[in-house]
Design a protein around this ligand. Structure first.
Ligand SMILES: [Fe+2]
Length: 390
């Protein structure tokens, strides 16, 4: 960590590297060790006969999601995240009023095409000012650049410049457009003991893992307003917490459990006569699952749905992700975004309202967005939890 506050300044380049020292360095190495242990278990599962015989298209995503959940909720990742936020606040006190998300784990298998991303920014209007905090979680140095960034692309000038170039050269791709205004791609070969931070407006991309190694990264977002898609906590509250809530999963049991639950939910999606029946069935089924498993299951359902969008139940997995544990509402948003028919949206809401109070900030924000999208004032969130007809 740079001690000189002046060095923690992303204004010009839009990104910086933060090298860990002391407890953060140690905590980081412990998360990386845990990840390598989990990778060994992952490999043993994927070599088992059961796995090889399994014909489900989502089996690999499910196994990957076990690594990601195990790490995400572990004491090692939580402690590291807390120290990381503390380090950031030491030089940027204004972030103490900001919010931070739970650690989100990226896991890239060798040649894993589902993890590649095009050039994008992490900007979300609702979050206002925000930064992305990306830490490689490996005990080895990457031989390929897991991410590429475009320094200085976050400025208003760069934004206007790109708009102009696109008008003049409509056939240029985005990288070509940025090149015209002097912004060049920087491939990041990360140090094993650093964190990389960028402004949410900065263009960047995730690259294909062309190495033989299993690459992992831990990502948190620090946002002025809470990210409405998942739970977050105020930075200053996180660093004062002495009792962080962890979950330590047994990897093999978790894999077996999640496989069983997902297959059961898939079966419900195929056998339910309509969406209302599916919703009732999932809420009934939920009662049989403990909270810790539900948190991992909710995350897994949403990840499987987003990475295997063509499999027939993916739309139902998105909805079930919310019903199983509503902290993460990414799945619900995706499910509703796909509905173009107001009547269907209304049916889903009416049925959900029998089970949920819709009383969280996340739900409130999502529903307000829906109200705007359909130009209706039918969802009265303050006075009642019931969704009226429109
Ligand atoms: Fe991103």
């Amino acid at each position: 960590m740079e001690n000189d506050a002046g060095r923690f300044n992303m204004n010009r380049e839009g990104w910086l590297e933060m090298t860990h020292i002391k407890e953060t360095l140690y905590a980081h190495s412990k998360v990386a060790e845990k990840k390598e242990e989990l990778v060994k278990e992952f490999i043993s599962i994927t070599k088992s006969q059961d796995y090889i015989n399994n014909i489900k298209p989502y089996k690999e995503e499910l196994a990957k999601s076990c690594i990601r959940s195990s790490l995400r909720f572990s004491s090692k990742a939580m402690e590291f995240t807390k120290l990381l936020v503390e380090d950031i606040l030491k030089t940027k006190l204004e972030y103490s009023k900001y919010y931070v998300t739970l650690p989100y784990i990226l896991f890239h298998l060798p040649n894993d095409k589902t993890e590649q991303s095009g050039i994008h920014t992490d900007r979300r209007k609702e979050c206002k000012n925000s930064i992305t905090v990306w830490t490689p979680i490996n005990t080895f140095k990457n031989t390929y650049p897991p991410i590429s960034i475009f320094p200085k692309s976050h400025s208003l000038l760069a934004y206007l410049g790109q708009k102009l170039v696109k008008k003049i050269f409509p056939n240029l791709n985005q990288e070509g457009v940025m090149k015209k205004i002097g912004i060049r791609r920087l491939d990041v070969y990360p140090s094993i003991s650093s964190t990389y931070i960028w402004d949410a407006e900065l263009s960047h991309m995730g690259n294909l893992n062309s190495s033989e190694n299993y690459h992992c990264a831990l990502v948190i977002k620090i946002t002025e307003k809470p990210l409405y898609l998942e739970p977050s906590v105020k930075c200053k509250d996180l660093i004062q917490r002495t009792n962080l809530k962890f979950i330590e999963f047994n990897f093999i049991d978790m894999y077996k459990n999640l496989t069983k639950h997902i297959e059961n939910i898939e079966k419900m999606s195929l056998e339910s006569l309509n969406i209302e029946e599916f919703i009732s069935n999932v809420y009934d089924y939920r009662k049989l699952i403990d909270l810790e498993t539900r948190r991992a299951l909710s995350f897994t359902l949403s990840e499987v749905a987003s990475r295997c969008p063509n499999q027939p139940s993916s739309n139902y997995f998105d909805l079930a992700s919310y019903m199983v544990e509503k902290g993460n509402i990414m799945g619900l948003e995706r499910h509703l975004r796909k509905c173009t028919d107001k009547k269907v949206v209304l049916r889903v809401f009416n049925k959900l309202s029998k089970f949920e109070k819709f009383n969280t900030y996340q739900e409130f924000t999502l529903f307000n967005k829906l109200k705007q999208r359909f130009k209706v004032d039918a969802i009265n969130l303050r006075r009642t939890s019931i969704v009226h007809g429109w």
